[in-house]
Ligand binder design. Sequence first.
Ligand code: SF4
Ligand code: SF4
Length: 226
Amino acid sequence: MSRPSPDHPSTTPSKRPRSIPGSGLAKGLAVTLRTMTRRSVTAQYPDVQPDLAPRTRGVIGLFEENCTVCMLCARECPDWCIYIDSHKETVPPAAPGGRERSRNVLDRFAIDFALCMYCGICIEVCPFDALFWSPEFEYAETDIRELTHERDKLREWMWTVPEPPALDPAAEEPKEIAAARKAADKLAAQQAAEAEAEAEAEAEAEAEAPAGTQDTPDRDTKEEGT
Ligand code: SF4
Ligand code: SF4
């Protein structure tokens, strides 16, 4: 057993000054008096709703249409509280002579919020923007099993997800929007050209039609007279 060194606190006499009797009580009262005059920060929930930031991590919403069942979120979740089931389906070829493709179809998507630690990793790693934070937090349950939210409930949370903040007016247009705009402009130009061609064809047909097949006011008047 090693001996304590001569510098060890247990071997050196206490150098702390002796406290005056009653000073602790005075300090405590001073703290009480100081806090009594300050504004209370205690939120009287549920009578008063807390003023939360719009991007508060309350609950996770699932936008099912974007989910490709890649399983990345379930694999990266540190709590293993995302449950996904799926099956494969064969999709017929898009064009005649093409190859059949197979795709994953979602059967179950659930998150156990009794285990979730709200780290947000699943939302960060989802490559297809299928998971979003909602600021809703009032989903406490008396039965812990009810805290496993299935896909229908996760979809309902999507309605409470706030809109993304507006882009900086000077920001470059996102490439997805630019591509969609380009495609829409192309389609509109194509439709306008088709309509113009149709109108021209109709006008030509009318001009080329034999004179006998056209109703002339003189002939009608003549027929009415006879
Ligand atoms: S927030 Fe974190 S703990 Fe919760 S489901 Fe997502 S990855 Fe898992
Ligand atoms: S990471 Fe996104 S796309 Fe992949 S399974 Fe999870 S929610 Fe679906």
